[in-house]
Each structure stands twice: as C-alpha cells, then as structure tokens.
Design a protein around this ligand. Structure first.
Ligand code: NAD
Length: 292
C-alpha cells in the first residue's frame, strides 16, 4: 500500500525533498506558511494541506525541514503530536540544537511515537537532486523505519547513534568545515603576499599535509582547483548566514558539555564579522576577501 508522508517546511531545502518523495512513489501531504512554497509543492505533485496538523492527519510519517529549534518544537508539540495517527514515525531533518532535538524526541516517545533527528549535509542542489547525506540519531528500530524514506531524498543515510546524535555529528562536522575554510583562506592570502602564485601554492598544498576538503573540493579562489562558488563571484553555494548559524549551534553545544573549541569560536567571530559587513548572503568561502 502506498505510504503517505507529511512534509512541513517547503523552503529551499524542503521543496526539493518533497518533490523527491513524490518521485519515489510516496503520497505526499505538504504544508508551509508560505503560499508560494505551497504552490510549488503542489506543482511537484504534493497534496496541499491547510496546516501542519492537517498535513499530519492520516500520514504514516512526518518529515520536517524548518529554520530552527523553536519552530520544530512548536510544530511537533503544538500540532503534530495531537494529529498523528498511532505509531506514526517523525523525522526532523532541520539543523537545530542538540538539546531541543533530544527534548522533542523524548516528548514524542512519551506520546508513543518513534522519532529521529536526521539533519543533512548538502545544499539546495543536493536537496533538489536527491543526493543529500543524512546523519541520523535515534533507536535502531526508528532508524530502520526512517532509512527507506530518507533514501528517497539522499545518497547516504548514516546512523550516528541515539537521539540527538545526528545533530551532534552535523555541528561538529560544520564547525570543522568553518575552521578549515578560514585556515585555507588565510594560507592562500598569506602565500600571495609572500610572492607565491595561487595556482602553484594549490599544486603544492593540495598534495601535501595542508590539503583539506575546503581546499581541493571548494577552493576559495577563482580559477584555482575545481569550479566552485568563487568562480561565480561567491554566489550560490553555502551562505555565510547558514555557516554562522551552525557555528553558533556548535558554540552552544560545546558550552552544554564543557568542551573547549577555540578554533570553532574564532571561526564564529570571523563569520559574525563578515555577516555584520552585509555579506550574509554570499557563499562562505568569500571570507577570503576579508582576510586577503
Ligand atoms: P528556508 O528558510 O528556505 O525554509 C524554511 C521553510 O520553513 C520556509 O518556507 C518557512 O515558511 C517554513 N516555516 C517556518 N515556520 C513554519 C511553520 N511553523 N509551519 C510551516 N512552515 C514553516 O530554509 P532552508 O534553507 O530550506 O533550511 C531548512 C533547514 O535546513 C534549516 O534548519 C537549515 O539550517 C538546514 N539546512 C539548510 C541548508 C541550505 O543549504 N539551505 C543545508 C543544510 C541544512
């Protein structure tokens, strides 16, 4: 029998994810506060719902892709829990703080529902193309149920452990990404000032111990390495504002467990300065302009 999935949050990411659920044969009930987002989802084959509770009614599973923890908590406790059918599975794919993720999952379990946190790596293009990577927190049984649904929207689905561990993996990864991007940009800027040609420095460092994903897959300089947002005046890609959001979540998580993250803190301060300078919409590799 066709499974029915509710998807709540049809923005840059959720819109593409909803379309991929339809393509994979699910009956999809979609809701967003934005009329434009709802119309796009309808054009992609989803059934429009009039509220989060309406979308949830009769659904076997509920997928959420919302901006932050407060939206996720409000949608689940205010609407989804009350409208879901017994035994429904919940999958929150938003990037939110670990503490809220664990609290909402516990509340869902108290009401008899299974739930996973399943944040993603990959941007808008990966959401549209169905090639996201999902890092999933939850019980073995909840993960087993979530896996086929997430596979319809992604290329990799990895079980990170218990509730909240998907969010923990996501923010630790993105803190590492923010710090390595800053370090890569510093090195390119200093190399140039020391008289090194950027391509020559790339040719050396990309096969030496300074190599990283930020250098060889996402080089922050135009014309060096593979095609990246740097070649398109830092448009598209992963916005400074989203990197800053993730670094703030990392700082919050670090404080909650008394972890020392000086590199993460430094990256956060630098991305905050870039956002304050009005560059929040540019790709995060554009921080090289501030450091150059
Ligand atoms: P977005 O702002 O484009 O979309 C969020 C959508 O949620 C909006 O359409 C908004 O109207 C809707 N919304 C807000 N409150 C709602 C409510 N109460 N009920 C129904 N709909 C509601 O954001 P996005 O870029 O799609 O990101 C979504 C999540 O994915 C965020 O947590 C973000 O950090 C994460 N993420 C984004 C990217 C990216 O590249 N954009 C990459 C990885 C992870």
């Amino acid at each position: 029998m066709t499974q029915t999935i509710a998807i709540i949050g049809l923005g840059n990411m959720g819109g593409g994810m909803a379309a991929n659920l339809v393509k994979n044969g699910y009956a999809v009930r979609a809701f967003d506060l934005s009329e434009e987002a709802l119309s796009k989802a309808q054009a992609a084959g989803c059934t429009r719902a009039s509220s989060a509770a309406d979308a949830t009614t009769g659904a076997d599973a509920v997928v959420t892709m919302l901006p932050a923890g407060k939206h996720v908590e409000a949608v689940y406790t205010g609407e989804v829990f009350g409208a879901a059918k017994p035994g429904a599975l919940f999958l929150d794919c938003s990037t939110i703080d670990v503490v809220t993720a664990r609290r909402v999952i516990e509340a869902a379990q108290d009401q008899g529902f299974a739930m996973v946190d399943a944040p993603v790596s990959g941007g808008i293009a990966a959401a549209a193309g169905g090639t996201l990577t999902f890092m999933v927190g939850g019980t073995d049984a909840a993960f087993a149920r979530a896996q086929p649904i997430l596979s319809a929207m992604g290329k990799a689905v990895i079980h990170a452990g218990g509730a909240g561990n998907g969010q923990a993996a996501k923010i630790c990864n993105n803190m590492l990404l923010g710090a390595t991007m800053v370090a890569t940009c510093e090195a390119f800027a200093m190399a140039q000032k020391l008289g090194l040609d950027p391509q020559t420095f790339y040719d050396i460092s990309s096969v030496s111990s300074g190599q990283s994903w930020s250098m060889t897959s996402y080089c922050p300089l135009p014309g060096v390495g593979p095609a990246t947002p740097a070649d398109n005046d830092y448009q598209g890609g992963f916005a400074v504002a989203l990197m800053l959001k993730d670094l703030k979540l990392a700082t919050q998580a670090a404080q909650s467990v008394d972890a020392s993250v000086p590199m993460g803190n430094a990256a956060e301060a630098l991305y905050q300065a870039l956002a304050n300078a009005g560059q929040g919409g540019k790709d995060f590799s554009s921080i090289i302009k501030m450091l150059g």
